[in-house]
Ligand binder design. Structure first.
Ligand SMILES: *Cc1c(COP(=O)(O)O)cnc(C)c1O
Length: 399
């Protein structure tokens, strides 16, 4: 992680093709574009890569979640269950649909705890959004089985796990829809961008129409503007330059994952010197996209002490429990219902609070997160950097 580490001639060549065609837009301009349809080609390549029947490109991973929720008909009054350790985008998209996010605990996979999911399903649950955080699998088979039993669709937030698999099957392809992000820090990047995959043609059609202002995408002899308007949409259209970069990055994705696996093995061995260390549970090592290595120490005090030594050596680990963007008790704007709307929407409606979030609502997650430290695994890892990390960890092992 991330793909920007290895930008090269391939991306440049792809972008130049678009610039030379003069058509930056994914729809129309058939006469001028000389047969170049980069976004469409990227969608087809991404679907083929993940084994999904269809892919819909959009402007970001957040937009991908929004488009997926919209295609499933999620709206005001509905509840959507996700996990309390994720990036804020997951629940921003839910709130943006007017729905209420409900948070589950995470377990040692650092992803959704299926037992807690079962407890949080209510008659209002309209979708379940597990997240494959930090490149590795949520218990998606179990989650899908629970969701199926309750007839609730699953959207897999696969923003952080492009290239990841579980028992050979691509993450994002288990649920009704899988969403991906290609932002600046993701495993493959298009600058900004996102993708939805599905094998349900109807859902694909709805996603395709929703992200294009609700233009109906049935064959239409009237040309652009002459279409029907099946429902109100929005504009999340990806542009051709992004599609072009996506094609070049996608071709590198398996190579990126392979390089990360080697570097993750280095981190794992180096971290093993810490007394009492335990690793995050990975359901299928072969399918881990290896963007991060997460380890847990016996208690919070020891975790603080070890990371202090690592920080002083200039190789501090990420402690997500201290991070304002990825961990439920740190989302004070959510907990306090801070919004730009005077009426308090989406936290309040009609002068009444719709939902109140308790910062202590996820004690099992807190007990795990306060002991967890994470190294982001780069694609390129120079020997000198490895030596610094190994030496700092040896020093930390003695505190
Ligand atoms: C990055 C990310 C997103 C959102 O992606 P953007 O492209 O930045 O909008 C959504 N979910 C998770 C888990 C992410 O890490």
């Amino acid at each position: 992680m991330p793909g920007f580490e290895i930008f090269g001639a391939e991306e440049k060549e792809q972008v130049l093709e678009v610039l030379e065609s003069g058509v930056l837009f994914r729809y129309e301009f058939a006469a001028q574009r000389k047969g170049i349809w980069k976004v469409r080609e990227f969608e087809q390549a991404f679907a083929a890569y993940t084994g999904a029947a269809h892919a819909q490109a959009v402007t970001s991973g957040t937009a991908a979640l929004k488009v997926a929720l919209a295609a499933l008909g999620v709206g005001a009054g509905d509840e959507v269950i996700t996990q309390g350790f994720t990036f804020v985008a997951t629940w921003e998209a839910i709130l943006d649909c007017g729905a209420i996010p409900v948070f589950t605990e995470v377990d040692l996979t650092l992803n959704m705890d299926p037992a807690d999911l079962e407890k949080k399903i209510s008659p209002r649950t309209k979708a379940i959004v597990p997240v494959h955080m930090m490149g590795a699998q949520a218990r998606i088979e179990q989650i899908k089985a629970i969701a199926d039993r309750h007839h609730i669709p699953v959207i897999e937030d696969t923003a952080q796990a492009a290239g990841g698999r579980l028992h050979g099957r691509h993450l994002g392809s288990f649920g009704a829809i899988g969403t991906f992000s290609f932002d600046a820090v993701k495993t493959m990047t298009t600058g900004e961008g996102g993708m939805c995959i599905t094998s349900d043609e109807k859902l694909w059609q709805r996603m395709s129409e929703y992200q294009d202002h609700g233009h109906d995408h049935v064959p239409n002899p009237g040309g652009r503007g002459g279409e029907g308007r099946p429902f109100i949409g929005f504009n999340y259209r990806m542009m051709e330059i992004q599609g072009a970069i996506g094609l070049a990055q996608l071709a590198k994705l398996d190579g990126i994952v392979a390089a990360q696996k080697k570097n993750k093995a280095f981190f794992q061995e180096a971290v093993s010197v810490l007394p009492g260390v335990q690793f995050r549970e990975i359901l299928d090592e072969a399918g881990d996209s290896a963007t991060f290595l997460t380890f847990l120490l016996p208690d919070a005090a020891r975790t603080t002490a070890v990371n202090q030594v690592l920080r002083e050596a200039g190789v501090g680990a990420v402690r997500w429990s201290e991070n304002g963007w990825h961990y439920y008790p740190k989302w004070e704007h959510l907990l306090e219902g801070k919004t730009y709307c005077e009426g308090g929407w989406p936290f309040s409606a009609g002068g009444k609070r719709r939902v109140v979030y308790d910062p202590q609502a996820l004690p099992a997650s807190a007990a795990i997160m306060e002991r967890a430290l994470t190294y982001q695994v780069p694609i390129l890892l120079p020997e000198a950097q490895k030596m610094n990390i190994a030496s700092a960890l040896n020093q930390a092992a003695r505190v």
